[in-house]
Design a protein around this ligand. Structure first.
Ligand code: PEP
Ligand code: MN
Length: 384
């Protein structure tokens, strides 16, 4: 991504947000506000643990299909006021329309977030920005559901354009066509690239919506912290199993306290830690990629020499038993190194196809038949 100088985004770090904002910022609360009792029980449980400064609850829930629970709506605003008065936690909810913004500002909600289904719609984001013009309220922008860094940045720029200064990002993972172990693919390169471009932008992790299940929450939360994210937003419910939305990923206030205690919060380095670390890691990757390509070059040269030899001795190019032996050996090594079997098969398959292409094009040239470009081998079958 190009440098950040041509973006209209100059975020303020938490240190300039005022009292109470510091790393790590811990936000906890239910996916949805369901009833006053559920909201109060959850908030009191969270406050008792002492591991959060902000209480989240979705009042207006964007649901994938009609008929699902859509949140308690504006009637829950007084419940958030009660949470603040009785627990001292700051309150936060999702806004998607100007009506939501107006109702929240009127009710004194402390902070807002823009959801992953709203961020990718420039019209909606602009409407929200206009409704917030001149209001000094912290706004957190979740990444768009699709992996597009510019949409994420664009939404933040629109809010900054409306005069908002206390802006931050929330990484909640991306919808992706490939099956992953998680509800949303973390694609960590996105928050890393965002942080590298805007070192002062605070990004917090939302492990609940990435993991999608309680058992993977800790792993994702720790990864977010290890990458240097500035805090966490975790879905916590007084009775997770009976939650009206996202029941599989919510945890009880007690489990939340245990989770936070089990995490390692690393000390941030004094200067742009993610950017520095990123540089180092990128150098390593560049070096390894170069080695991989060089090795592929050498491998193909040898394949070509084998092709010549086979041609001279009238031996068939494809020798299935040998390829099976190679694959068996590589798969054993890959499993030892923790590389996915499918990935390795596809990788080796591509190498094999290129190898055969080099050997057959040699033959075509020598027999005076024009090579017809890359021969199409079936992915599985003949050449094994
Ligand atoms: C939520 O935070 O409950 C929510 C709806 O999240 P997202 O917009 O990330 O899907
Ligand atoms: Mn949710």
């Amino acid at each position: 991504m190009p440098g950040s100088s041509h973006y209209a985004l100059h975020p303020h770090p938490f240190s300039q947000w005022g009292a109470g904002f510091q790393q790590p910022l811990l936000i906890a609360g239910p996916c949805s506000a369901e009833t006053e009792e559920q909201v109060m029980a959850t908030a009191k449980g969270i406050a008792a643990g002492g591991h959060a400064t902000v209480f989240r609850a979705g009042l207006w829930k964007p649901r994938t299909r009609p008929g699902a629970f859509e949140g308690a709506g504006a009637q829950a605003l007084p419940w958030l006021q009660r949470v603040k008065a009785e627990t001292g936690l700051l309150t936060m909810t999702e806004v998607a329309t100007t009506e939501h913004v107006e109702a929240c500002l009127k009710a004194g909600v402390d902070m807002l977030w823009i959801g992953a289904r709203t961020t990718p719609n420039p019209f909606s984001v602009q409407e929200l920005a206009d409704a917030l013009r001149g209001v000094d309220i912290p706004v957190f922008v979740k990444n768009p559901i699709n992996p597009d860094l510019h949409l994420w940045i664009g939404a933040l720029e629109r809010l900054e354009g409306a005069g908002l200064k206390r802006l931050a990002a929330i990484h909640r993972g991306f919808s992706w066509f490939e099956r992953t172990p998680y509800r949303n693919s973390p694609m960590w390169e996105f928050p890393i690239r965002l942080k590298a471009a805007f070192p002062d932008l605070e990004i917090i992790g939302d492990p609940s919506h990435i993991a999608g299940s309680r058992d993977k929450l800790g792993t994702i939360a720790q990864q977010a912290l290890d990458l240097g994210l500035s805090g966490l937003m975790v879905e916590v419910h007084s009775d997770p199993a009976h939650a009206c939305s996202d029941a599989e990923q919510q945890i009880s206030p007690e489990a939340y306290a245990e989770l936070i205690q089990s995490l390692i919060f690393r000390q941030a380095l004094p200067s742009a830690p993610m950017a520095d670390r990123l540089e180092e890691l990128r150098d390593l990757i560049d070096q390894l990629d170069e080695e991989i390509v060089q090795k592929l070059g050498s491998r193909m040269d040898i394949a070509e020499r084998i092709g010549e030899y086979k041609r001279e001795h009238n031996v068939a190019i494809m020798q299935p038993e040998r390829w099976e032996r190679i694959m068996r050996r590589q798969l054993a090594l890959a499993s030892h190194l923790g590389l996915g079997e499918q990935f390795l098969k596809e990788f080796m398959d591509a190498i094999h196809r290129e190898s055969i292409r080099r050997q057959t094009s040699e033959q075509d040239e020598s027999s005076g038949v024009a090579s017809a470009g890359v021969p199409q081998y079936p992915a599985i079958g003949l050449d094994r």
